[in-house]
Design a protein around this ligand. Structure first.
Ligand code: SF4
Length: 314
């Protein structure tokens, strides 16, 4: 998947919101890429644009999206129907809104397996195999149960295997573990990582939490006010963050060692998308701001080996 210079505005009663501003992004085959940023920075709009699921107030201002070397037209609903849920699958934060409440888990899972295998009939054993792979207790009984009868963690496991059973090339996971407790979250992330690596699926994993992304991603892109400001391998981001925003995000993650102290927060707030600041979009909050930053916009440029950063400090 390659996204080139994608810009999206939302027309609202209050004016035009510049939600995505020239996003360039690549996900290689079999790679898990994290997309991190505060809420409202454009992460979910980015995911919805790839799926062709933008709300009616969204306006595509420019840019191209390529998938498996062909350009995809996200505005062509018929075309998108062919790839959505087949070549590209999605897992959302709240599985209750994605699972059908009036169908059993077995009916829904078998339908997903049918899509992935192009078979007319799917044996129950195949569905049981998927449930066992993600440690669902009493899988025979679970097949006959309805979504509301399962716990949040179980439902999320079901959503993940349903998304993978369709045999997609790309899986988009938007905050898939945010509603879960930390232990269940860690179990599900481990499971998801194993499953996607086994099935050689590429993943776009969206979260506001760098700590969560660290548990699953190979590479991470940091988004701020609809722009990618840094892109690096996950260990490089933790060892040596480059962009001042990434540094601020990292310092607000709780650490296991050391005395318990109040965590620093990032001063100021995310800029108003109705009226983005001139120059560098982070200059209103940046500790290192220089005169130049207030008038000129830094480009996302390669730095050292395969790292990218949009900041005049580099
Ligand atoms: Fe801070 Fe300037 Fe870098 Fe922007 S370009 S992040 S304001 S130092």
């Amino acid at each position: 998947m390659e996204v080139e210079d994608l810009s999206i505005n939302f027309e609202t009663l209050y004016g035009t919101l510049k939600v995505l501003n020239g996003v360039n992004f690549i996900i290689n085959e079999g790679e898990i890429v994290g997309l991190v940023g505060e809420s409202g920075c454009g992460k979910s709009t980015f995911a919805l644009s790839i799926m062709g699921l933008l709300p009616p107030q969204a306006k595509l201002m420019g840019g191209k999206i390529y998938f498996q070397n062909s350009e995809i037209n996200v505005l062509d609903e018929k075309f998108m129907e062919k790839i959505r849920g087949r070549k590209i699958s999605m897992v959302f934060q709240e599985p209750l809104t994605s699972l059908n409440p009036i169908l059993t888990i077995g009916e829904q899972l078998m339908e997903a397996i049918k899509i992935g295998s192009d078979k007319k009939d799917v044996k129950k054993e195949e569905a049981l195999k998927w449930l066992k792979r993600v440690g669902i207790p009493d899988p025979e009984r679970t097949l006959k149960r309805y979504p509301h009868e399962l716990s949040g963690g179980m439902r999320q496991r079901i959503m993940i295997i349903m998304a993978l059973a369709t045999k997609p090339s790309l899986l988009i996971a938007d905050e898939p573990t945010t509603a879960l407790d930390v232990t269940t979250q860690a179990q599900i992330l481990k499971l998801m990582k194993n499953l996607v690596k086994e099935n050689k699926v590429s993943v776009l994993f969206i979260s506001h939490d760098l700590g969560v992304i660290a548990q699953i991603a190979d590479r991470v892109a940091v988004m701020y006010a609809g722009k990618i400001v840094e892109e690096s391998k996950i260990f490089e981001i933790f060892e040596n963050p480059l962009h001042p925003y990434t540094k601020d995000l990292l310092s607000s993650i709780p650490k296991l060692e050391g005395k318990s102290e109040k965590l620093p927060t990032i001063k100021g707030s995310v800029p108003n998308l109705l009226n983005l600041p001139e120059g560098c979009i982070y200059h209103t909050r940046c500790k290192y701001v220089m005169d130049n930053c207030k008038v000129k916009e830094p480009e996302l440029k390669e730095y050292l080996t395969k790292r990218k950063v949009a900041c005049f400090l580099y």
